[in-house]
Design a protein around this ligand. Structure first.
Ligand SMILES: [Zn+2]
Length: 342
């Protein structure tokens, strides 16, 4: 269960269909399907008339036209069936269907999400694709039909962060003077096919309170992408994947010589990101999770390790020093870590 008991009911509802709920109760077989609706005897007042209870599949709502004279959504149904509050029904649904609340919350915000999940036990088999939340089901991010040009590759901020001109060119990153990303280092994000789907803009300096550190375009869902996966997947299969949180960690490790590195753009992993990694690996693949040595990093990496361990060999790298980040490694230190990753 998540640390907080603050539940996003909307997210739970949108992740759940009436069909799944009925199936959970073993009721789906007793319902008749016709077009968009399912009808059957009312499971709540336990009636017998096969047309008294109806579910609209597309609207994801139910109605009892008989004794209950009531209807509602998935959570209302569970609440009535279990005779509990909506809150308790949501908690039950999360447990029964393995809904990933951390992911739902992360999807709701554009900035790097805070991890808010505790690890779960991993089943031993290769898993089915994770449940998609509503935020993930609206189709993929579209490829951009423009490029930001005249990006300044040799900007002082990049130099200060230890990014060489070669790396900036290689990743297509650079300081942007005009437009939406003005005053920021624009970093192109590619989908697995290598198409640019967005630019992330890192403020080139210390941003004021009302200015976010990272800016992403409206409507872009970073939870659907894994930064640099399009290139990392082409690296030799016997070297380990390194999974980091941020763009700069990724660029820096790449620069230090380990090119099979991807960033989750935050310290949590969405279901879609898990699926992308699953599709890019096989059961002999190795992955080293290398997150920042801080509270968010530690919380995130444990959950991610458990989930990835279902389909790859996973190692969690821990730094001895608090607040240490992958981008601060020397090339020798990195080589020692990934070399010993077998
Ligand atoms: Zn009823």
């Amino acid at each position: 269960m998540p640390k907080s008991t603050f539940i996003d009911f909307k997210a739970v509802k949108s992740a759940l269909t009436m069909e799944r709920v009925l199936e959970h109760y073993g009721l789906l077989d007793s319902f008749k399907r016709s077009g968009d609706s399912l009808s059957g005897p009312c499971p709540i007042h336990k009636g017998s008339n096969p047309t008294q209870f109806r579910v609209s599949i597309s609207k994801n709502v139910w109605n009892c036209f008989s004794e209950c004279k009531h209807g509602g959504n998935t959570l209302d149904f569970i609440a009535r069936k279990e005779n509990v509050t909506i809150h308790a029904a949501a908690m039950k649904a999360i447990e029964w269907f393995g809904l990933n609340l951390g992911e739902m919350k992360a999807d709701a915000e554009q900035e790097a999400g805070e991890p808010d999940e505790t690890p779960r036990q991993a089943p031993p088999t290769r898993p089915k694709p994770p449940i998609q939340t509503k935020a993930e089901s609206g189709g993929p991010n579209k490829a951009l039909n423009f490029r930001l040009d005249k990006l300044e590759r040799e900007h002082l901020y990049l130099k200060e962060r230890g990014i060489t001109l070669e790396t900036a060119v290689d990743f297509g990153a650079g300081f942007c003077e005009k437009g939406m990303m003005a005053g920021r280092i624009a970093i192109p994000i590619h989908n697995p096919d290598g198409k640019v789907v967005a630019y992330a803009g890192r403020f080139a300096g210390v941003p004021s309170d009302d200015n976010p550190k990272y800016k992403l375009p409206q409507g872009f869902r970073k939870s659907l992408e894994v930064f640099n996966i399009d290139r990392a997947v082409k690296e030799p299969r016997d070297i380990p994947w390194v999974i980091v949180e941020g763009f700069f960690d990724c660029m820096k490790l790449h620069q230090l010589g380990h090119k099979k590195v991807v960033a989750l753009m935050g310290s949590t992993m969405s279901g879609a990101q898990e699926e992308l990694i699953r599709k890019s690996t096989d059961s002999r693949s190795q992955a080293i999770i290398m997150f920042d040595e801080d509270e968010a990093g530690r919380a995130g990496r444990e959950d991610i390790a458990v989930r990835l361990a279902k389909f790859v060999f996973v190692k969690v790298h821990t730094f001895e020093r608090e607040d240490m980040q992958p981008k601060n490694l020397t090339s020798e230190e990195l080589a020692a870590i990934v070399g010993g990753g077998k």
